[in-house]
Design a protein around this ligand. Structure first.
Ligand code: GLP
Length: 667
């Protein structure tokens, strides 16, 4: 295989092959050994005929990040002072594993960055370079401080340029890129508005480097990093779509389920300025590398029967029939042979005899997911129930990455489990202290100071309260909280978590706060899971010996705290001793901020009455210091109910949904 590039840069052999990953249902991802950077001949498989840009799918984000780094290293090694390698770099969580691998190659394999020139895509306008959320700081933390790239070869748009000087500054940025002969390889992530860089909807195909107003959704997505949406800058400097299109090669990465929908639109939809990533369909050498969850809305995964033969397992039938019901706007039991024939599903009828039988089969599958007994119904025949009847009283562990997550996603189910007599423990995996506003910590410190300065002064408390206020003054709006402030914020959230759990019927003794160290030592997008996180999770499991676990984060963006909490659980599960509990334990997954479970993914649907929903909202409201939007949670639950209703199931007020985790056959 030859690398296409500037004259004189060809001839490098890339012997890299993408790992072949088996997917559920037997389909194979990346059926040929594939280089990311060298697309080779454009062979289009039937599966990919809906896709208008090259997409390579991997089981996770680690393998492709490593592979890309190795392929990039080949190009870097071939660079010389006369012909440096010019790379366009992106920020965000997505490229972090790629940067970590480049650093490893530098440290362990002597990869030098002396002949590399980099241009970053964008920067928030108005942020100082040392602001914790500036892209300048991010790039230094994540890459430049750990490799030997001379600082004058690093180019990042300057967010402190005065507005009146921005136009000329952007022109100069373009000229500088051109002076190095243009960008050899542009690395991209994708925002949920479909933006590349900060090219928000409306950006033209030939747009240049410029200042842009950030979209509302983009600012909401950055709200956690900035500790509140109102702190997110309104403007940014970004290189243009036109600048990106001029790069010789482009690699866009996307991980995690919250990118799935926009990715599918960018790959399969029309080219449109409403989704700037869709312009890459027109680029001669663009590749999208995606993990399984980010690829879940592509037709090859969403409706595999449209792109080739499939094995009609019961899961595949459910997926296809639910899709057909949605497409035709009919409840499942009203689908007829013509609906199947006209929508590429004739072979299901051939295999199963006719629409009537297929409909009944899927209807029953859906019906059997509904239960008011999430911990199993004692004494009942459980052959068609999501959860086993035995033991009547189960030890249940509900894991919540941040204290509010479980209540928001499954507060109604939590209440039912307690009410139905199970021994439920809520395990808050992280303290969540990064979410608590300064104002809340200050309020507490002022009250404490007032109490401590009364007629009988408490000097220690007084000095503590003053110290906290001093820290808050010192760090200002955007500074990093010192440990005592984080600790106090964590305690505030603990109090609210106790109230919320109590509103779900749980006693105080039944809440555990793990305060996993990766969170205490990190910041959003910069968390690193450590061995003690897994060990602490394993020890809580060994102690509680659950029959049933509820958890989340399996499809979350891989560097998010939810994903890391889930990884700690997965690793703890692998480590688990073979105590009697583990063979009987079932794990149920709930969704937090990611895309809600699709109807065909739901293995357990727990209906809530209007009163139960009201009680759940009341529990969510206890999280006052982090302003949780309880109506968002209600809407999601009500939407689940409406979906079930439209498929022809009973009509409920709201439904909480769960998927069974089956990572290993033993579970
Ligand atoms: C920001 C950056 C983009 C990045 C996007 C996605 O908007 N300007 O370059 O692709 O975020 O971020 P993440 O990778 O964290 O999902």
């Amino acid at each position: 295989m030859q690398v296409q590039g500037r004259p004189g840069r060809t001839g490098l052999v890339l012997g890299l092959a993408c790992c072949l990953s088996q997917k559920k249902g037997g389909a194979i991802i990346g059926a040929v050994a594939t280089s990311i950077l060298d697309s080779g001949e454009r062979r289009q498989t039937a599966r990919e005929r809906f896709e208008r840009v090259r997409v390579v799918e991997f089981a996770d984000s680690i393998q492709p990040s490593r592979q890309l780094a190795e392929e990039v290293a080949v190009l870097i090694r071939a660079a010389t002072p006369e012909r440096p390698f010019v790379i366009g770099l992106a920020t965000g969580s997505t490229p972090v594993p790629f940067y970590r691998e480049l650093i490893r190659l530098h440290r362990e394999e002597g990869l030098s960055f002396r002949n590399v020139i980099s241009f970053n895509l964008d920067e928030y306008h108005g942020l100082r370079r040392d602001h914790p959320e500036s892209y300048h700081r991010f790039m230094h933390d994540q890459l430049f401080d750990h490799v030997d790239m001379p600082s004058d070869q690093v180019n990042i748009p300057d967010g402190t340029i005065k507005t009146e000087d921005v136009y000329e500054y952007c022109q100069e940025y373009e000229r500088r890129i051109a002076s190095f002969g243009g960008i050899d390889l542009q690395i991209l992530g994708i925002g949920r508005t479909g933006h590349i860089g900060f090219n928000e909807p409306g950006s033209a195909q030939d747009s240049p480097t410029r200042m842009i107003a950030l979209d509302r959704l983009t600012r909401r997505d950055a709200a956690a990093d900035f500790l509140g949406e109102s702190n997110v800058p309104r403007f940014a400097i970004t290189i243009g779509v036109g600048t990106i299109m001029k790069a010789r090669r482009v690699v866009l990465m996307a991980w995690g389920e919250n990118k799935a929908e926009i990715l599918a639109q960018a790959v399969e939809g029309q080219v449109t300025d409403a989704i700037s990533a869709s312009f890459l369909q027109l680029h001669e050498n663009a590749t999208f590398i995606v993990d399984e969850t980010a690829a879940s809305c592509l037709t090859r995964n969403r409706c595999p029967w449209l792109v080739g033969p499939v094995h009609w397992s019961s899961g595949m039938m459910r997926k296809a029939v639910v899709w057909l019901a949605r497409k035709t706007g009919k409840p499942v039991l009203k689908l007829v042979d013509e609906d199947y024939n006209e929508n590429g599903m004739a072979d299901v009828l051939a295999e199963h005899g006719g629409a009537y039988d297929v409909n009944i089969g899927v209807f029953n599958q859906l019906q059997h997911t509904i239960t008011g007994w999430p911990g199993g119904k004692p004494g009942a025949d459980d052959s068609h129930r999501p959860e086993r009847a035995q033991p009547n009283r189960k030890r249940v562990v509900v894991f919540s990455p941040e204290p509010q997550d479980a209540v928001v996603a499954m507060g109604g189910t939590l209440e039912r489990l307690v009410e139905q007599g199970h021994d439920v423990t809520l395990v808050c995996q992280t303290s969540g202290n990064l979410r608590v506003a300064d104002m809340e910590a200050r309020k507490f410190a002022i009250i404490l100071e007032d109490i401590a300065s009364g007629s009988q002064p408490w000097p220690e408390q007084q000095s503590y309260a003053r110290k906290i206020q001093g820290f808050l003054d010192e760090k200002g709006e955007f500074g990093v909280d010192p440990v005592p402030v984080r600790h106090l914020k964590g305690l505030i959230l603990r109090g609210e978590a106790r109230d919320a759990a109590e509103a779900c019927g749980l006693l105080e003794a039944k809440i555990r706060f793990l305060d996993l160290p990766f969170y205490e030592l990190g910041r959003y997008r910069r968390f690193n899971l450590r061995e003690d996180d897994t060990a602490m999770t394993a020890s809580v499991l060994a102690d509680l010996r659950p029959h049933q676990i509820f958890a989340t984060g399996d499809v979350a963006e891989p560097t998010s705290l939810q994903a890391l909490c889930f990884r700690a659980l997965r690793e703890a599960w692998i480590l688990k001793d073979n105590g009697e509990w583990s063979g009987h334990c079932r794990v149920w997954l709930y969704r937090g901020k990611e895309r809600p479970l699709a109807d065909h993914e739901i293995d357990m649907a727990v209906p809530l009455s209007p009163i139960q929903l009201e009680r759940k909202l009341n529990a969510i409201r206890k999280f006052q210091s982090i302003r949780q939007d309880e109506w968002e949670a209600a809407t999601l639950n009500q939407k689940n109910a409406a979906n079930y209703d439209s498929l022809g199931m009973a009509e409920y007020e709201a439904i909480e949904t769960f998927q069974r985790w089956r990572p290993f056959p033993s579970i």
